[in-house]
Design a protein around this ligand. Sequence first.
Ligand code: GLY
Length: 424
Amino acid sequence: MAVDVLLVGSGGREHALAWKLAQSQRIGKLYIAPGNGGTRLLGENVPIGVMEFEKLAQFAGEKKISLTVVGPDDAFVGGIVDVFQARGLRIWGPTKAAAQIEGSKAFSKQLMRDSSIPTADFAVFTNHDEAIRYVREHGVPIVVKASGLALGKGVAICRTFDEAEVALKEIMLDRVFKDSGTQVVIEKYLEGQEVSIHAISDGKTYKMFPASQDHKTIGEGDTGKNTGGMGTIAPVPWLHQNALQDIEQRVVQSTLEALRNRGATFAGVLFPGLKMAPEGPMVLEYNARFGDPECQVYMRLLKTDILDVLEACVDGRLSDQSIEWVSGFAVNIVIASGGYPEAYKKGFPIAGIEEAEKISDVVVFHAGTTFDGTLKTSGGRVLGVSAVGATLKEALDRAYEAADKIKFEGKYYRRDIGAKALAQ
Ligand code: GLY
């Protein structure tokens, strides 16, 4: 029987999920709320916001939606799954209790400390003067984090005392992240490369995805401010099987078990962000959802029908569901608005997507786009140019050739996505 799906979200991650869902053998109607300029070509965009849980649940009930799939963190952290489940509606993803692992860094750091999950030494503060004193005592470099959600921008790597002072002032006194900055986590700075781990769990068992790597800062050479993510590769060629097994045991299994023991059983995608430090893998943070733009490379590599995987997860049948991946590599280059992650202008017409997609194995995912008869920019991260290839270099060459064909005023992208992995 055809499965009607409501997909919640409006970014590149959701366009990639919609793209993969639309290829399912069993998909019926696909609605995306609110969607973007790209998702409208794959299903019906519905003008309901991500945080309008009651309206979304009412829509799912009226349309007799078989499965609701959610992308964004703030919806999970706000309890969308609990609202749907209370109404007997079938929804994929973690409950509010389980999503605390992403919603509160103070909670997740304490969970790691209690469960001996490897993470940097830290302290939590609600008082600005005490936080300043701690930085003075521990010295720099040091990392200052807003405990709550902050669109990937609430983390400051402070190399000087002045930088730490500015970060603490912005978060704790100026409240630039509002209540997300009520608690601040200050932790030891770790050297090493970051990797993104994803594991899907039905609450009983879990399955690992290939590792991926995001490039978080706006500037090439990992410089400048943090963004939501400027480009991804998968798999990570230098991360070998024994390292992945170690991460699976010491991080993924231990975290799922720790959440279960706290009465917050996790079902959905658990995404620990790691630093591969000289002392071994260390958890920087957890996410309770698919990464964006990690999801885009996963959707390009996933061979199995995604609806089978998501339904097996919701129904607690994940142990019987195989998940197969294309061999080779996938990459996703984010094309952003000039000025992002600070102030930027929107509303510029976008051209060149069709031409970009003529290049073999290239798919362009929309993130911040809108369509009013003309396709226009409407966000900081505008498009993700994805490509697959037998080698990482092949995938990158295709994606960059395609990225060059996209045109809009102020267009910016990093030209070094995957460069470090290629050099290793
Ligand atoms: N790409 C990082 C994130 O989704 O949080």
